[in-house]
Design a binder for this molecule. Structure first.
Ligand SMILES: [Zn+2]
Length: 488
């Protein structure tokens, strides 16, 4: 998906459609200005239509020598983000259905504030509509949206430029993450994920280090390796680093769960829908993509991304229920259920993060089915050990309309993880399953401000519309941009 923004329509721009965005009740003069004198009859017609209290989009042919259609999109002023997202989704679907791949969108019929609100929402929606999974289909490749050229008198405005550039990078990041996530596990292996992360990070001037199984063992990441050893494919530990602030400034660390396929291991999952367990690496994909977007945008922060990645498979080498492993920070864990493997790989990454003396650590994981019971597919769960950091995350969630909801990590829940034979059990029973997973992780994140995002319900859609969503990249980027503004 290609976006551009300029003050004047480029006459050379090839386009299939032109769209004039106006607020309800926009003065006729404004429409005349945008369309030009040549189209004054049309402008009068459109203006009349725009005055009607009608939320439909209107269309008409523009002149006789231009075959493409012109539409007027009549928007409410000060729309709330949920309504605007729906409106943009139906708008971009409508353009796609009309086979209009390249469109020009005029924003000057809106107030500056409304235009600035619409711009990122429309870009995100267009990115969603334009997304084509990197399918392995050999025929029936769909046509889709390709390009939006925004035309607005605010093109040179600094706030507009910033929102445009950041959203442009965000859309690319989301589609990159969705492509990785939608790839099946026989293509997107830990090694593949590591190579993709490395290539993209280096492309944007960041550094990448890929730890091999021997190096992972040397680090003492026994919990992580215990999960990996059930599979025939090798694990990787991905470490990306970007220096946008002063060298030596404490970095923010992002950690993503990278289980490229989760069969459940010896505690095997039921067969129905098991194909969707290729999505158990969505945390990794979104963290890698958000990291690369920060490097692309050259944000003035120091950022590290850590991804433990492996498969969780049943075999003669796999973890057995009851096995006890020693984690990187020394705590021992009794593995009561081998399907609670995400926390076993994340705990070692959280312990590893200590060495960066980070100012904040955010882990992102498709961690618990219980999170879907609690919050459905609408919102993800937020937990952490620092309310100020949690509030910043919730703020970013509201700004980006990437919904998250806080769950508590009270001490009472610790009782559920007691084991007779080790320091911790890896599951705490059915009650509050998302919270006890968070409690488990909190034992490994005591040395820094930390937030855990459980995205099991929001990272992908199942059923007929099966596919990754790219969430929570909007939230992560919104948070990181805000932190960059705070520090600069
Ligand atoms: Zn699992």
């Amino acid at each position: 998906m290609k976006f551009s923004i300029s003050a004047k329509k480029n006459q050379q721009t090839v386009r299939d459609a032109e769209v004039l965005c106006i607020s309800k009740g926009t003065a006729k003069a404004k429409i005349f200005t945008v369309l030009g004198k040549k189209n004054s009859d049309l402008a009068a017609n459109l203006s009349a239509l725009a005055q009607k209290d009608d939320k439909r989009r209107f269309q008409a042919a523009i002149g006789t020598d231009t075959p493409h259609r012109l539409s007027v999109w009549c928007l409410e002023s000060k729309m709330d983000l949920d309504v605007l997202e729906k409106e943009c989704a139906s708008f971009t679907a409508w353009q796609k259905a009309g086979n209009e791949a390249r469109i020009i969108v005029y924003l000057d019929g809106l107030s500056k504030k409304d235009a600035l609100t619409l711009l990122p929402v429309l870009m995100k929606s267009a990115g969603n509509t334009a997304y084509l999974p990197n399918t392995l289909k050999t025929r029936d490749n769909d046509e889709t949206l390709q390009e939006i050229a925004f035309v607005t008198e605010y093109a040179a405005d600094a706030a507009f430029q910033a929102v445009f550039t950041q959203t442009d990078a965000m859309v690319r990041a989301m589609n990159f993450a969705r492509n990785l996530s939608d790839l099946p596990a026989n293509h997107c292996t830990p090694d593949y994920l590591a190579e993709e992360a490395k290539t993209r990070a280096i492309k944007f001037g960041a550094k990448a280090k890929i730890h091999t199984p021997d190096q992972i063992a040397k680090l003492g990441m026994n919990a992580f390796l215990s999960v990996a050893k059930g599979s025939n494919v090798e694990p990787r530990f991905i470490e990306l680093s970007y220096n946008g602030a002063k060298r030596g400034d404490a970095p923010i660390v992002l950690i993503g769960k990278g289980i490229t396929f989760d069969s459940g291991g010896i505690s095997l999952k039921p067969g129905a829908g098991m194909d969707e367990m290729k999505y158990d690496m969505c945390g990794a994909a979104t963290v890698i993509a958000a990291f690369c977007a920060v490097a692309e945008l050259k944000l003035p922060i120091n950022l590290v991304a850590l991804v433990p990645t492996c498969e969780n498979m049943p075999s003669g080498h796999a973890n057995r229920p009851g096995d006890i492993v020693k984690t990187m920070n020394g705590l021992t864990v009794e593995i009561l259920n081998t399907d609670a493997e995400g926390r076993l790989i994340l705990c070692d990454a959280l312990a590893y993060a200590e060495k960066f003396k980070p100012q904040a650590v955010i882990d992102v994981a498709t961690l618990t089915g219980a999170c879907i019971i609690a919050l459905g597919h609408v919102a993800g769960g937020v937990m952490g050990n620092n309310q100020e950091l949690i509030d910043q995350i919730l703020n970013a969630s509201r700004t980006s309309n990437d919904k998250m909801w806080q769950l508590p990590l009270w001490d009472e829940y610790k009782e559920q993880l007691k084991s007779n034979f080790a320091d911790l059990a890896n599951i705490g029973g059915r009650p509050a399953g998302t919270i006890t997973a968070g409690i488990f992780l909190s034992h490994f994140a005591e040395k820094y401000p930390w937030v855990h995002l459980d995205i099991a319900g929001t990272a992908w859609n199942g059923g007929k519309n099966k596919g990754a969503t790219g969430r929570p990249i909007p939230l992560l980027l919104s948070f990181l941009v805000a932190r960059a503004q705070m520090s600069s």
